[in-house]
Ligand binder design. Structure first.
Ligand SMILES: [Zn+2]
Length: 89
């Protein structure tokens, strides 16, 4: 039941469905950096993976390089990826 203070017709889908959908996102993709990693291949993928696991390369440096590459990922998204995401297999 949708609480009356939200109002009838506001909730667009059952919350259970939304939560289950979020938990089972395809291939465990959690963030923009992860989805970028899953889209890259070859040497680009290797280079980005190496940079992400290299503590000497800061998140803003990676963001700037990606910007030059043509992909906009914020430094905070890269930092969060480093903290919270498990490496893809
Ligand atoms: Zn991630």
């Amino acid at each position: 039941m949708v609480p009356t203070w939200i109002g009838e017709g506001v909730a667009k889908a059952p919350l259970r469905d939304l939560l289950e959908g979020a938990a089972s996102s395809p291939k465990g993709i959690k963030c923009r950096t992860c989805s970028l990693l899953s889209d890259l291949s070859g040497d680009d993928l290797a280079a980005l993976s190496e940079a992400l696991s290299d503590p000497k390369i800061s998140a803003p440096m990676i963001a700037k390089a990606l910007d030059g590459y043509g992909v906009r990922v914020s430094p905070s998204a890269i930092s969060r990826h480093r903290r919270e995401c498990k490496p893809l297999e």
